[in-house]
Design a protein around this ligand. Structure first.
Ligand code: VGL
Ligand code: ZN
Length: 194
């Protein structure tokens, strides 16, 4: 069976020293470098926000990062300014290998909408049309973009595995990572721990 790998948001801003650093996010780099050549196709996603993105606390006067507010009735976690398009923070980690990447998928590009999932655009249709039915997914952050991408992959009918050893999470509240993993399992994904 043809299997594709989706590497979620291994970007400078999500790695130590970045604007929204995921603890030990950079540990995923050597793991993906080793994994990539064994897949039929590799998709690398990038959070790619306009400077005034709705998810930034700075776009909401008086609000602070990591607060949650309601936007159109939906809870939205507010973040530090991160992954602004065409900035170094939005760049992929410099040590992530580039030679095996088949597609770069940018997301979060609309100012007014949060979109944690890699499947907000045409990715599912492209993968399906090229004969992919099975996806392995890992990256940053377990409790946000990985979670949303995995749940969408399952809902779109892909046989989906989460490479838990190649994920790191934000854990804004204790238990967020464990809850996200359980939601992905309940959504139909297989959790791979080693
Ligand atoms: C992400 C928070 C805000 C992620 C993106 O890649 O998981 N998290 N934007
Ligand atoms: Zn973001």
């Amino acid at each position: 069976m043809k299997r594709a790998l989706i590497v979620v948001d291994v970007q400078n801003d999500f790695c130590p020293g970045g604007a929204l650093a995921v603890p030990r996010g950079d540990e995923t780099v050597p793991i993906f470098n080793r994994l990539m050549p064994s897949y039929d196709f590799v998709v690398v996603t990038q959070d790619w926000h306009p400077p005034d993105h709705i998810s930034f606390a700075a776009s909401h006067p008086g609000r602070k990062p990591f607060e949650t507010i309601l936007i159109n009735g939906r809870p939205q976690t507010l973040w530090p300014v991160h992954c602004v398009r065409d900035t170094s923070g939005a760049g992929l980690h410099p040590a992530l290998r580039r030679d095996a990447i088949g597609r770069y998928e940018k997301k979060g590009i609309e100012p007014e909408t949060e979109s944690y999932s890699a499947f907000s655009g045409s990715l599912a249709a492209q993968l399906r049309s090229e004969g992919f039915r099975a996806l392995d997914i890992g990256g940053l952050a377990t409790d946000y973009c990985v979670r949303a991408t995995v749940l969408d992959a399952c809902a779109a009918g892909f046989t989906t595995r989460v490479l838990v050893y190649a994920c790191r999470g934000i854990e804004a509240a204790p238990g967020d990572i464990a809850r996200a993993l359980e939601e992905m399992r309940a959504g139909g994904a297989v959790l791979v721990h080693a």
